[in-house]
Design a binder for this molecule. Structure first.
Ligand code: NAI
Length: 487
């Protein structure tokens, strides 16, 4: 068994710098701070053991300390190899102790993990054997997951599936490099225990999922009758996807571009693949900087929206030779192909803000004959192509707003994470109300999250009169819209 304080971060001496940033972030996260005030005494998460897999940033540090203030125990990993802010990770491990005697939350995350290390960290958040031993308890894992992109949930489900089958198949579906690493991780686990993941799955009451891509995976598991515990889709709270995905990207995409390349955006041709919530934020940010923005879509409704918003909408292949900045934000795979990359202008910038790196055919680029990769600086690579031209690829095709910058700013993440905290409370404290299905939070809680952020912006809300409320058929105190209202 490991010690309860086992952890792995880059450098504990960064803790003080991290703590300063946390202090400033708390001031920008009124949603989380008011939940601490509201639930700090009743501690509805007492007894909750949360395995967290979400970008280990300063904002996530404030989330973690909110969960612990509400009574939870937590183990944490990042959900991306480049997204950790090492000072935030250090501050969380040190907690109220000192770097010599840390006494905070076990974090397994540093900026620049290898894929092998990434999956090892994901495994570590499920090993609660030391805590169980200390508590004299017979559980071995967490009873809650807080996930972003679904990797933690995937590990439990695949682990259990292979244990029931008695072995990890040699040729399980998917043959990517990363998939082989996941299989190796599970093979190692199966060699030491034949029922670890089955037990872990049985102990888990629920998962709260942060992003579009992870939510997509959850609905698939539920559809196939394979979901092992209840799930709350945090992404589709209005105060999450219509704010974080859109306004968050509007801030952090140009931040990533500037920190990576400092190329002037104004006057350039920028191409955005996908006009969902993320694509809308990306296109608006680039246009705001003076770029001429072109959009691609596969959905006629989103395509029409983009056109009405004033963007040219066309296929990438038809204009690729004009593009200076190419951004992908679809949640789909193979959106940018090697042919597209070969057709780009000299030193065009290629970057992805969708959850996984397979939006860009990075595997194809890496095996392309005659292509050469030169590191300009970490997470910025020039690829010399056989055409004689080069392109600049950010964060190796992974989320560049987290790899090249520090992700979304605190205020918008306070909305997302207030939903996360409410969802954790809901599943943990009222688990009996939930089946093995995917749920969204009730609209009243969504409205509550928005309310918690109004004062900080000086917003004065108009209050319905009882007569007006009766006239439009809603309670004075909300909820104000039917569930299918689109905002
Ligand atoms: P969404 O579903 O609202 O939008 C995606 C859009 O892409 C859809 O309109 C879809 O029709 C379109 N699309 C799909 N395949 C396409 C293709 N081949 N070419 C062009 N368009 C295509 O999803 P949302 O919320 O915008 O999320 C997109 C991705 O960004 C997801 O992977 C999500 O997890 C991720 N995300 C990343 C964040 C970040 O910080 N970088 C923040 C939030 C979400």
């Amino acid at each position: 068994p490991t010690s309860p304080f086992e952890f792995k971060v880059a450098d504990l001496s960064l803790a003080e710098a991290g703590r300063h940033q946390l202090r400033l972030a708390e001031n920008e996260m009124p949603g989380l701070m008011s939940l601490r005030a509201e639930f700090g005494e009743s501690k509805p998460l007492t007894g909750a053991r949360i395995a967290g897999s979400l970008h280990m940033t300063v904002q996530t540090a404030v989330l973690i300390e909110t969960l612990t203030a509400l009574g939870a125990e937590v183990r944490w990993a990042s959900c991306n190899i480049f997204s950790t802010q090492d000072e935030a990770a250090a501050a969380i491990v040190v907690g109220s102790g000192t770097p010599e005697a840390p006494a905070g939350v076990p974090v397994f995350a540093w900026k620049g993990e290898s894929l092998e290390e990434y999956w090892e960290c994901a495994d570590r958040i499920f090993d609660w054997s030391a805590e169980a031993e200390a508590a004299g308890a017979d559980w071995i894992g967490p009873n809650m997951i807080l996930d972003d992109g679904g990797d933690a949930t995937l590990l439990v489900h695949k682990g259990r599936e292979f244990e029931l089958a008695g072995a990890v198949p040699e040729d399980a579906e998917g043959d990517s490099h990363e998939w082989r690493i996941i299989l190796a991780t599970l093979r190692e686990s199966l060699a030491t225990s034949s029922d670890r993941w089955t037990r872990v799955a049985a102990e888990i009451m629920g998962v709260t999922e942060e992003t579009t891509t992870g939510v997509h995976r959850l609905y698939e598991l539920a559809r196939d009758g394979e979901l092992q515990f209840a799930a709350i889709n945090v992404n589709d709270s209005v105060t999450k996807s219509k704010f974080d995905n859109k306004y968050g990207i509007r801030h952090s995409l140009p931040d990533g571009l500037n920190r990576a390349t400092d190329t002037l955006i104004g006057g350039k041709v920028a191409f955005v693949c996908g006009y969902g919530d993320v694509g809308k934020g990306a296109a608006e940010a680039l246009r705001g900087q003076g770029a001429r923005v072109i959009v691609s879509e596969i959905d006629p409704i989103n395509a029409l929206q983009a056109a009405m918003d004033g963007y040219q909408v066309t296929t990438l292949a038809s204009v690729v030779g004009e593009v200076d900045i190419l951004i992908s934000g679809t949640g789909n795979k193979d959106v940018i192909t090697v042919d597209d990359l070969l057709g780009l202008k000299h030193l065009a910038i290629v970057a992805n803000v969708g959850h996984f790196d397979n939006e860009i055919d990075m595997a194809g680029l890496e095996t392309l004959e005659g292509a050469e990769r030169i590191e300009i600086k970490p997470q910025v690579h020039e690829w010399r192509l056989p055409t004689g031209r080069s392109i600049l690829v950010l964060s190796e095709g992974r989320l560049m707003n987290l790899g090249n910058a520090t992700g979304h700013p605190s205020f918008v993440m306070s909305n997302s994470f207030a939903n996360q905290v409410l969802a954790q409370i809901e599943l943990y404290a009222h688990g009996e109300n939930y089946e093995r299905q995917v749920y969204v939070l009730p609209k009243l809680l969504d409205e509550k999250v928005a309310r918690l952020h109004l004062d900080a912006l000086g917003v004065k809300l108009t209050v319905l009169t009882p007569e007006q409320a009766a006239y439009i058929g809603v309670p004075v105190e909300g909820p104000y819209k039917v569930d299918h209202y689109r905002y």
